[in-house]
Write a protein that binds this ligand. Structure first.
Ligand SMILES: Cc1cc2nc3c(=O)[nH]c(=O)nc-3n(C[C@H](O)[C@H](O)[C@H](O)COP(=O)(O)OP(=O)(O)OC[C@H]3O[C@@H](n4cnc5c(N)ncnc54)[C@H](O)[C@@H]3O)c2cc1C
Length: 284
Protein backbone atom coordinates (compact mmCIF):
# COMPACT_ATOMS: atom_id res chain seq x y z
CA UNK A 1 0.00 0.00 0.00
CA UNK A 2 0.96 3.64 -0.32
CA UNK A 3 0.89 5.99 2.66
CA UNK A 4 -2.03 8.35 3.22
CA UNK A 5 -1.30 11.88 1.96
CA UNK A 6 0.86 14.08 4.17
CA UNK A 7 2.55 17.44 4.05
CA UNK A 8 6.36 17.20 3.90
CA UNK A 9 8.59 19.70 5.70
CA UNK A 10 12.38 19.65 5.41
CA UNK A 11 13.76 21.14 8.62
CA UNK A 12 17.12 22.90 8.40
CA UNK A 13 17.51 23.32 12.17
CA UNK A 14 16.34 21.68 15.39
CA UNK A 15 14.40 24.89 16.11
CA UNK A 16 12.52 24.57 12.81
CA UNK A 17 11.83 20.87 13.44
CA UNK A 18 10.33 21.42 16.90
CA UNK A 19 8.37 24.51 15.75
CA UNK A 20 6.85 22.39 12.93
CA UNK A 21 5.97 19.61 15.39
CA UNK A 22 4.34 22.08 17.80
CA UNK A 23 2.30 23.68 14.98
CA UNK A 24 0.91 20.49 13.42
CA UNK A 25 -0.11 18.53 16.51
CA UNK A 26 -0.04 15.10 14.80
CA UNK A 27 3.26 15.49 12.91
CA UNK A 28 5.98 12.81 12.86
CA UNK A 29 9.74 13.15 12.59
CA UNK A 30 11.31 11.14 9.80
CA UNK A 31 14.97 10.17 10.40
CA UNK A 32 16.20 6.98 8.67
CA UNK A 33 12.61 6.04 7.76
CA UNK A 34 13.38 2.34 8.26
CA UNK A 35 10.60 1.83 10.82
CA UNK A 36 8.37 4.80 10.04
CA UNK A 37 7.95 4.23 6.29
CA UNK A 38 6.66 0.63 6.65
CA UNK A 39 4.19 1.88 9.28
CA UNK A 40 3.01 4.64 6.91
CA UNK A 41 2.70 2.18 4.03
CA UNK A 42 0.62 -0.20 6.16
CA UNK A 43 -1.37 2.87 7.28
CA UNK A 44 -0.69 2.03 10.91
CA UNK A 45 0.20 5.74 11.17
CA UNK A 46 -1.43 8.64 9.28
CA UNK A 47 0.38 11.82 10.34
CA UNK A 48 -0.77 14.98 8.57
CA UNK A 49 2.84 16.25 8.42
CA UNK A 50 6.28 14.59 8.14
CA UNK A 51 9.20 16.64 9.44
CA UNK A 52 12.43 15.47 7.79
CA UNK A 53 15.48 16.00 10.03
CA UNK A 54 18.05 14.60 7.58
CA UNK A 55 19.22 18.04 6.39
CA UNK A 56 19.84 19.48 9.85
CA UNK A 57 23.58 20.16 10.09
CA UNK A 58 25.60 18.70 12.95
CA UNK A 59 23.22 16.18 14.52
CA UNK A 60 25.14 13.13 13.26
CA UNK A 61 28.40 12.72 15.23
CA UNK A 62 30.28 10.63 17.78
CA UNK A 63 32.35 12.91 20.04
CA UNK A 64 34.53 12.33 23.05
CA UNK A 65 33.89 15.01 25.69
CA UNK A 66 35.72 14.50 28.99
CA UNK A 67 34.10 11.60 30.84
CA UNK A 68 31.34 11.02 28.28
CA UNK A 69 30.80 10.14 24.64
CA UNK A 70 28.18 12.28 22.86
CA UNK A 71 26.26 10.78 19.95
CA UNK A 72 24.07 12.95 17.72
CA UNK A 73 20.53 11.61 17.23
CA UNK A 74 20.94 11.33 13.46
CA UNK A 75 24.06 9.14 13.72
CA UNK A 76 23.45 6.12 11.46
CA UNK A 77 23.78 2.59 12.78
CA UNK A 78 26.69 1.99 10.39
CA UNK A 79 28.53 5.07 11.73
CA UNK A 80 28.24 3.66 15.26
CA UNK A 81 29.31 0.20 14.10
CA UNK A 82 32.48 1.55 12.46
CA UNK A 83 33.34 4.39 14.87
CA UNK A 84 36.87 4.04 16.35
CA UNK A 85 35.72 6.09 19.38
CA UNK A 86 32.90 3.62 20.07
CA UNK A 87 35.23 0.65 19.47
CA UNK A 88 37.72 2.04 22.00
CA UNK A 89 35.25 2.94 24.75
CA UNK A 90 32.28 0.60 24.17
CA UNK A 91 33.37 -2.49 22.19
CA UNK A 92 30.16 -4.14 23.41
CA UNK A 93 28.22 -1.52 21.41
CA UNK A 94 30.33 -2.13 18.29
CA UNK A 95 29.49 -5.83 18.58
CA UNK A 96 25.78 -5.14 19.12
CA UNK A 97 25.53 -2.88 16.07
CA UNK A 98 26.61 -5.70 13.74
CA UNK A 99 23.39 -7.49 14.81
CA UNK A 100 21.07 -4.62 13.84
CA UNK A 101 19.27 -5.54 10.62
CA UNK A 102 21.19 -5.58 7.29
CA UNK A 103 23.84 -3.20 6.00
CA UNK A 104 21.39 -1.31 3.76
CA UNK A 105 19.16 -0.62 6.79
CA UNK A 106 22.16 0.22 8.99
CA UNK A 107 23.21 2.81 6.39
CA UNK A 108 19.95 4.71 6.93
CA UNK A 109 18.64 3.84 10.42
CA UNK A 110 19.60 6.24 13.22
CA UNK A 111 20.18 5.95 16.96
CA UNK A 112 17.52 8.61 17.67
CA UNK A 113 15.01 6.73 15.50
CA UNK A 114 15.70 3.35 17.07
CA UNK A 115 15.44 4.66 20.65
CA UNK A 116 12.29 6.70 19.90
CA UNK A 117 10.65 3.79 18.06
CA UNK A 118 11.51 1.36 20.93
CA UNK A 119 10.88 -1.95 19.21
CA UNK A 120 10.75 -4.63 21.96
CA UNK A 121 13.45 -6.69 20.18
CA UNK A 122 15.77 -3.85 19.08
CA UNK A 123 19.40 -3.79 20.21
CA UNK A 124 19.87 -0.03 20.81
CA UNK A 125 17.33 0.34 23.66
CA UNK A 126 19.10 -2.57 25.39
CA UNK A 127 22.48 -0.91 24.87
CA UNK A 128 21.19 2.46 26.13
CA UNK A 129 20.03 0.73 29.34
CA UNK A 130 23.26 -1.26 29.68
CA UNK A 131 25.43 1.85 29.25
CA UNK A 132 23.28 4.13 31.48
CA UNK A 133 22.63 6.49 28.57
CA UNK A 134 21.01 9.89 28.96
CA UNK A 135 18.92 11.37 26.16
CA UNK A 136 18.72 15.08 25.41
CA UNK A 137 15.20 15.96 24.38
CA UNK A 138 14.20 19.33 22.87
CA UNK A 139 10.83 20.97 22.21
CA UNK A 140 9.73 24.50 21.30
CA UNK A 141 9.39 25.24 25.02
CA UNK A 142 12.86 24.07 26.10
CA UNK A 143 15.20 21.13 26.62
CA UNK A 144 15.40 18.33 29.17
CA UNK A 145 17.52 15.29 29.88
CA UNK A 146 15.96 11.88 30.46
CA UNK A 147 17.77 8.76 31.66
CA UNK A 148 17.34 5.69 29.44
CA UNK A 149 15.98 3.77 32.46
CA UNK A 150 13.03 6.24 32.56
CA UNK A 151 12.60 6.59 28.79
CA UNK A 152 11.23 3.19 27.72
CA UNK A 153 7.64 2.77 28.90
CA UNK A 154 6.11 -0.07 26.90
CA UNK A 155 6.34 -1.67 23.46
CA UNK A 156 6.75 1.21 20.95
CA UNK A 157 6.08 3.71 23.74
CA UNK A 158 8.60 6.16 25.22
CA UNK A 159 8.71 9.28 27.40
CA UNK A 160 8.49 11.69 24.47
CA UNK A 161 5.71 14.26 23.92
CA UNK A 162 4.38 14.78 20.38
CA UNK A 163 6.32 18.03 20.01
CA UNK A 164 9.62 16.69 21.36
CA UNK A 165 12.68 15.45 19.47
CA UNK A 166 15.70 13.50 20.70
CA UNK A 167 18.83 15.44 19.70
CA UNK A 168 21.67 13.65 21.49
CA UNK A 169 22.52 10.48 23.41
CA UNK A 170 25.20 10.72 26.10
CA UNK A 171 27.13 7.66 27.31
CA UNK A 172 29.31 7.89 30.44
CA UNK A 173 32.68 6.19 29.83
CA UNK A 174 33.06 2.78 31.44
CA UNK A 175 36.77 2.08 32.01
CA UNK A 176 38.27 -1.33 32.89
CA UNK A 177 35.30 -3.50 32.13
CA UNK A 178 34.98 -6.87 30.51
CA UNK A 179 32.03 -7.26 28.16
CA UNK A 180 29.93 -9.93 26.54
CA UNK A 181 27.15 -9.98 23.97
CA UNK A 182 25.05 -12.93 22.84
CA UNK A 183 22.07 -12.99 20.49
CA UNK A 184 19.96 -15.54 18.65
CA UNK A 185 17.86 -14.50 15.64
CA UNK A 186 16.25 -16.86 13.14
CA UNK A 187 18.27 -15.45 10.25
CA UNK A 188 21.19 -13.06 10.11
CA UNK A 189 19.77 -9.50 10.21
CA UNK A 190 16.41 -10.47 11.73
CA UNK A 191 15.24 -8.94 14.97
CA UNK A 192 16.53 -10.90 18.00
CA UNK A 193 14.49 -13.75 19.47
CA UNK A 194 16.52 -12.82 22.53
CA UNK A 195 19.79 -10.99 23.19
CA UNK A 196 21.83 -10.23 26.29
CA UNK A 197 24.62 -7.67 26.82
CA UNK A 198 26.88 -7.62 29.88
CA UNK A 199 29.68 -5.57 31.41
CA UNK A 200 31.72 -6.61 34.45
CA UNK A 201 34.24 -4.58 36.47
CA UNK A 202 36.54 -6.38 38.93
CA UNK A 203 38.18 -5.42 42.19
CA UNK A 204 40.69 -7.77 43.89
CA UNK A 205 39.81 -10.43 41.32
CA UNK A 206 36.11 -10.40 42.18
CA UNK A 207 33.11 -8.79 40.49
CA UNK A 208 32.65 -5.27 41.87
CA UNK A 209 30.09 -4.04 39.33
CA UNK A 210 27.87 -6.03 37.00
CA UNK A 211 25.46 -4.80 34.37
CA UNK A 212 23.12 -7.10 32.47
CA UNK A 213 20.58 -5.93 29.87
CA UNK A 214 18.34 -7.97 27.61
CA UNK A 215 15.98 -7.50 24.67
CA UNK A 216 13.30 -9.53 22.85
CA UNK A 217 11.88 -11.04 26.02
CA UNK A 218 9.59 -8.31 27.41
CA UNK A 219 7.58 -5.33 26.09
CA UNK A 220 10.74 -3.21 26.45
CA UNK A 221 14.43 -3.91 26.81
CA UNK A 222 15.32 -4.40 30.48
CA UNK A 223 18.19 -4.26 32.97
CA UNK A 224 18.29 -7.25 35.31
CA UNK A 225 19.25 -5.68 38.64
CA UNK A 226 18.52 -8.78 40.76
CA UNK A 227 20.98 -10.87 38.78
CA UNK A 228 23.47 -7.97 38.82
CA UNK A 229 23.35 -7.84 42.64
CA UNK A 230 23.83 -11.62 42.93
CA UNK A 231 27.09 -11.36 40.97
CA UNK A 232 28.78 -8.86 43.31
CA UNK A 233 31.78 -10.47 45.08
CA UNK A 234 31.70 -13.57 42.84
CA UNK A 235 34.30 -15.10 40.55
CA UNK A 236 33.05 -16.99 37.48
CA UNK A 237 35.97 -19.43 36.99
CA UNK A 238 33.62 -22.39 37.45
CA UNK A 239 30.77 -20.94 35.41
CA UNK A 240 27.73 -18.85 36.30
CA UNK A 241 25.58 -19.87 39.29
CA UNK A 242 22.15 -21.15 38.34
CA UNK A 243 20.48 -18.60 40.66
CA UNK A 244 21.92 -15.79 38.48
CA UNK A 245 20.51 -17.44 35.34
CA UNK A 246 17.16 -18.00 37.05
CA UNK A 247 17.07 -14.32 38.13
CA UNK A 248 17.51 -13.34 34.47
CA UNK A 249 14.69 -15.67 33.39
CA UNK A 250 12.44 -14.40 36.19
CA UNK A 251 12.77 -10.81 34.92
CA UNK A 252 11.29 -11.69 31.50
CA UNK A 253 7.73 -11.40 30.16
CA UNK A 254 8.35 -12.99 26.77
CA UNK A 255 5.80 -13.00 23.96
CA UNK A 256 4.70 -16.06 22.02
CA UNK A 257 4.57 -15.31 18.28
CA UNK A 258 5.20 -16.89 14.88
CA UNK A 259 8.91 -17.13 15.56
CA UNK A 260 9.15 -18.64 19.06
CA UNK A 261 7.13 -19.55 22.13
CA UNK A 262 7.41 -17.66 25.41
CA UNK A 263 8.91 -20.80 27.02
CA UNK A 264 11.60 -21.04 24.35
CA UNK A 265 12.52 -17.35 24.69
CA UNK A 266 12.68 -17.64 28.51
CA UNK A 267 14.97 -20.66 28.25
CA UNK A 268 17.08 -19.02 25.53
CA UNK A 269 17.68 -15.78 27.41
CA UNK A 270 19.16 -17.74 30.34
CA UNK A 271 21.53 -19.58 28.00
CA UNK A 272 22.55 -16.30 26.35
CA UNK A 273 23.11 -14.65 29.75
CA UNK A 274 25.45 -17.51 30.69
CA UNK A 275 27.41 -17.07 27.44
CA UNK A 276 27.61 -13.26 27.70
CA UNK A 277 28.70 -13.44 31.36
CA UNK A 278 31.38 -16.04 30.59
CA UNK A 279 32.74 -13.84 27.78
CA UNK A 280 32.71 -10.74 30.01
CA UNK A 281 34.47 -12.62 32.83
CA UNK A 282 37.15 -13.81 30.40
CA UNK A 283 37.76 -10.26 29.16
CA UNK A 284 37.62 -8.67 32.63
C1 LIG B 1 13.88 -5.39 7.52
C2 LIG B 1 14.25 -4.62 8.78
C3 LIG B 1 14.96 -5.28 9.76
C4 LIG B 1 15.31 -4.59 10.93
N1 LIG B 1 16.01 -5.27 11.90
C5 LIG B 1 16.36 -4.63 13.03
C6 LIG B 1 17.11 -5.30 14.04
O1 LIG B 1 17.49 -6.47 13.92
N2 LIG B 1 17.41 -4.59 15.17
C7 LIG B 1 17.01 -3.30 15.35
O2 LIG B 1 17.31 -2.72 16.39
N3 LIG B 1 16.33 -2.63 14.39
C8 LIG B 1 16.00 -3.27 13.24
N4 LIG B 1 15.30 -2.59 12.28
C9 LIG B 1 14.89 -1.19 12.55
C10 LIG B 1 15.99 -0.19 12.18
O3 LIG B 1 17.04 -0.29 13.12
C11 LIG B 1 15.44 1.25 12.20
O4 LIG B 1 16.37 2.01 11.55
C12 LIG B 1 15.18 1.91 13.54
O5 LIG B 1 14.35 1.18 14.35
C13 LIG B 1 14.49 3.25 13.36
O6 LIG B 1 15.42 4.20 13.02
P1 LIG B 1 15.13 5.24 11.86
O7 LIG B 1 16.18 6.28 11.97
O8 LIG B 1 14.98 4.52 10.59
O9 LIG B 1 13.75 5.89 12.37
P2 LIG B 1 12.45 6.31 11.54
O10 LIG B 1 11.88 5.10 10.86
O11 LIG B 1 12.70 7.50 10.70
O12 LIG B 1 11.50 6.73 12.76
C14 LIG B 1 11.05 5.78 13.69
C15 LIG B 1 10.21 6.49 14.76
O13 LIG B 1 11.03 7.31 15.56
C16 LIG B 1 10.65 8.70 15.46
N5 LIG B 1 11.90 9.45 15.45
C17 LIG B 1 12.95 9.28 14.60
N6 LIG B 1 13.98 10.06 14.97
C18 LIG B 1 13.57 10.77 16.06
C19 LIG B 1 14.18 11.73 16.89
N7 LIG B 1 15.45 12.13 16.69
N8 LIG B 1 13.47 12.23 17.92
C20 LIG B 1 12.18 11.82 18.14
N9 LIG B 1 11.55 10.90 17.38
C21 LIG B 1 12.24 10.38 16.36
C22 LIG B 1 9.83 8.79 14.19
O14 LIG B 1 8.90 9.85 14.24
C23 LIG B 1 9.14 7.44 14.17
O15 LIG B 1 8.04 7.45 15.04
C24 LIG B 1 14.94 -3.22 11.11
C25 LIG B 1 14.24 -2.55 10.09
C26 LIG B 1 13.89 -3.24 8.93
C27 LIG B 1 13.16 -2.49 7.85
Amino acid sequence: MKPAAFEYIVADSVEMAVASLAQAGDAKIIAGGQSLVPMLNFRLLRPSVLVDINRIPDIAYVREDGGVIRIGALTRHHQLETSPVIARHFPVLTEAMAHVAHLAIRNRGTIGGSLSHADPAAELPMMALLLDAELRVVSASGARTVAARDFFRDALSVDLAEDEIVTEVVLPKLPNTGWGFAEVARRSGDFALAAVAVTLALSDGKIAQARIAMTGVAPTARRVTEAEMLLIGQRLDDGVDSDVIEAVRAATEPPTDLHASAEYRRHLVGVLAGRALAAAWGRA
